[in-house]
Design a protein around this ligand. Structure first.
Ligand SMILES: [Fe+2]
Length: 132
């Protein structure tokens, strides 16, 4: 499974072909890497920055889906919500000084989720947006 670092290095493979979405996805991967590199209390702070960026990133996609009557909006939004729910729980654990689970999730589960999400749901949205 790719790490966020590997995904950023091979970004073209994860690019969805929509300039704004791809720009946001690069920022997201960079923040994942910066968060993993943060040590001590900086980890929880950086995790919150990643959480806020991700919330805005998903809200922006959902606004685009709504504005363009994207047929898979509900399914796509549900996938975002599951990830935000996980991120919220791990942010709280990290803030309470229990960052090891958050770190494992961030280095393994989140990149795995994003690789699949970008190639399926986000690519479908990007194709829809370029058609409408
Ligand atoms: Fe998405």
């Amino acid at each position: 499974m790719p790490t966020a670092q590997e995904m950023l290095a091979a970004f073209d493979r994860y690019a969805v072909g929509h300039a704004d979405m791809d720009h946001t996805h690069r920022e997201f991967l960079l923040l994942c890497i910066e968060t993993l590199q943060a040590q001590g209390p900086a980890f929880a702070e950086q995790f919150v920055r990643l959480f806020e960026h991700t919330r805005a990133h998903f809200a922006e996609e959902e606004a685009r889906m709504q504005a363009s009557a994207f047929p898979a909006l509900l399914e796509h939004r549900a996938d975002h919500q599951r990830t935000l729910g996980d991120m919220d729980r791990f942010a709280q654990r990290a803030a309470a000084g229990r960052g090891s689970m958050a770190r494992a999730w961030l280095s393994e589960s989140l990149p795995q989720w994003f690789a699949l999400h970008a190639r399926t749901m986000d690519s479908a949205l990007a194709a829809h947006l370029t058609r409408t």
